[in-house]
Design a protein around this ligand. Sequence first.
Ligand SMILES: [Zn+2]
Length: 399
Amino acid sequence: MTTGMVGSFQFMKSLNKSLILNEIRTEGPISRAEIAKKTNLTPPTVTNLVNELLESKLVLESDLGTSTGGRKPIMLCLNSSTFRVIGVDVGVDNLKLVSTNINAEVMDTLLVKMPNSLSAETFMNLLIKSIHGMFAELKNDTLLGIGVGMHGLVDPQKGVAQYAPNLNLRNIPIRERLEEEFQIPVEIENDVRAMALGESWFGNGQGIDNFICINVGMGVGAGIILNHKLFTGSSFTAGEIGHTTIDVEGPKCSCGNYGCLQALVAGPAITARAQKEIRLGRKSLIEEFVHRDLGQITGEIVHQAALKGDQLAIEVLGDAGRYLGIGIANMINTLNPARIILGGGVSKAGEFLLAPMKEMVKKRALNSTPISTTNLGEYGTAIGAVTLVLKKIFLPEYS
Ligand SMILES: [Zn+2]
């Protein structure tokens, strides 16, 4: 494995070069003449910058294109085999790592369990060790950068995880520590925002100018894409829909308020509701599934019981779906997106939750808006983290 582009993407210092590279990424194989036409750059400028890209090996000359008369033009395409990017999804229970090629195609994955409680130092050591664990597979490929999608509040400019509520950690200078260790550019973003960016480039959000990616798992968050760009807000808290109020009389949330969306629909809210009803005397298969140890109830177990026709399970998932529908309708009415993309555990909860959710959205949203689930799979956030790095290379003016 080679690095050698320490600290910043020096080799992409020209915006025009990025523009050409992105044209080759999205339109390739493409000729120099077509690039000049599409970018409005002069042919000599295109030739010079393409030469630099060929030298850096990011671009290759491929087979000949079809001619419209004279000599057949030489076509250019991305060199997808020599370069790698590592993406990390820092969740609550585990770290999910991927290494991908420059098209974000996953070449290798690694899942690392995280201990229940850990200090910032232990966390950083585990993160560094896990990334080192990916290096063996890189062989002679050049690593372009490392992206990290981290739950909680993240300042992507400073590269700091400001607050990770589920790990109870604050102000971890992740970028600084990783760049020091690996001598390579590092990007960090909130996990759901990274996921939305990944959807925008490689998933169900491709080609859609405005959409919202909503993740419902241990927490609830949204990544908002406006005019093809990730919207972060003025101090990087845009999309924290988990703490919008849905029911002022609702259950207490981890943030201290009552009736937040998260306190009604996230995984822990679903299990807490099932536990409460059973303690109050409701009969349910859920109780049998966990051998009366109510602490063992998970969202997955509630789903299993619903599949067997258990009334309590169906009711709990249905209510969560209806509350989620209210939250989504609020987002639709606020931002008028062209699509909603759902990720996280809830996207696996099936029709018991999704059908009542869609019905509620239909009732309360002013626009009929398609709702789909992510197609990037369980490594969607890690692929989003890779995209943070790719964005710096291909579209630095958006960064
Ligand atoms: Zn809250």
